[in-house]
Design a protein around this ligand. Structure first.
Ligand code: GLP
Length: 241
């Protein structure tokens, strides 16, 4: 793992966007893996800026998002589909037909999840995957557990995640308890991974990810086994390293 520590959240986003720009320029049809949450917003802002400056175009990009909540509609203001449109897709020239955000409420979950993994594979795999990290070490919505789940699947969210994300919903009861997420195996197949974390609340998770054993108790620790990971942190998130 290559670890980069920055003074500001904006610098983190700029650095991540520079790596993504490089990938986009090196491929005719780049496949980008996107994440939601507060963490990647400065990266998305930097990408929008690069697009406005004419440095990059998303015309030939295909995107795959990590995850989506179950039980809410994709047009709900708290869906990850809406998040991606508001924070990136509506501001660049990506073709909507090349946008893939998992459906949170598929009729046949098993078939749907298999299909999501197959579509990624058919496109040749994700060139660069952006990740945030949960306070409990989750990536995507792969929560701490006794084993790693490899493919995309439906997951029960933990209380820690409900506590962290309920602020986005009108009340705790409105927060979905389940999600569809890329599995650990799906994430690990990405050719390059950029994991971003800022703030003290992520320091323990970052410590366990980098210094702990590779264990499904801290799902992000599996990234120690990936050959091409860049971890982009601020000083607070790096404070326990
Ligand atoms: C969410 C998402 C993750 C994200 C994480 C951290 O639940 N499923 O993909 O990385 O939690 O979110 P934030 O960046 O808001 O701290």
């Amino acid at each position: 793992m290559e670890i980069k520590i920055f003074d500001t959240y904006e610098q983190m986003g700029q650095f991540a966007a520079d790596i993504i720009e490089e990938t986009m320029k090196s491929k005719d049809k780049p496949i980008l893996g996107f994440a939601t949450g507060a963490t990647p917003i400065s990266t998305y802002n930097a990408l929008i800026e690069k697009y406005r400056e004419g440095k990059i175009s998303f015309k030939s990009v295909t995107s795959f998002n990590l995850d989506e909540y179950c039980t809410i509609d994709r047009d709900d203001k708290n869906s990850y589909y809406t998040f991606m449109h508001e924070n990136l897709f509506n501001h660049v020239d990506i073709d909507e037909k090349n946008v893939n955000v998992p459906c949170g409420n598929p009729e046949n979950v098993v078939e749907y999840c298999k299909g999501y993994d197959n579509s990624i594979e058919k496109m040749g795999g994700v060139d660069v995957q952006i990740l945030g990290i949960g306070r409990n070490g989750h990536i995507g919505f792969n929560e701490p557990s006794d084993s790693f789940t490899m493919g995309t699947y439906k997951v029960e969210l933990t209380q820690s995640t409900i506590e962290a994300n309920k602020i986005y919903f009108p009340n705790e009861d409105a927060m979905p308890r389940q999600a569809i997420t890329m599995g650990i195996g799906t994430i690990m197949k990405a050719k390059k991974i950029i994991l971003l974390a800022n703030g003290e609340s992520k320091a323990h998770a970052i410590h366990d990810m980098v210094k702990g054993d590779v264990s499904p108790k801290c799902p992000a620790s599996v990234l120690q086994n990936h050959p091409n990971v860049v971890v982009i942190l601020d000083k607070a998130a790096a404070s326990l390293l």
